[in-house]
Design a protein around this ligand. Structure first.
Ligand code: FES
Length: 62
């Protein structure tokens, strides 16, 4: 699903970026350009990257 229509970034793109080391929305903006036009996608993008980071932390703790 498209998260950022302006930059054509999907949730899969965001998860892939997380797999490649992107850890927060600021790094996501720098790497994929999410939120750099209208900004309407930033909260959704933040939710996805934060959920992924939390899941990664739980996996490492287990
Ligand atoms: S929808 Fe992402 S910058 Fe507009």
């Amino acid at each position: 699903m498209y998260v950022c229509l302006c930059r054509a970034v999907t949730d899969a793109d965001i998860r892939q970026a997380a797999d490649e080391g992107v850890a927060d929305v600021h790094q996501l903006v720098e790497t994929l350009g999410v939120g750099t036009n209208c900004g309407a996608c930033l909260e959704a993008a933040r939710s996805i990257i934060d959920a992924r980071s939390a899941a990664d932390r739980l996996a490492y703790a287990a």
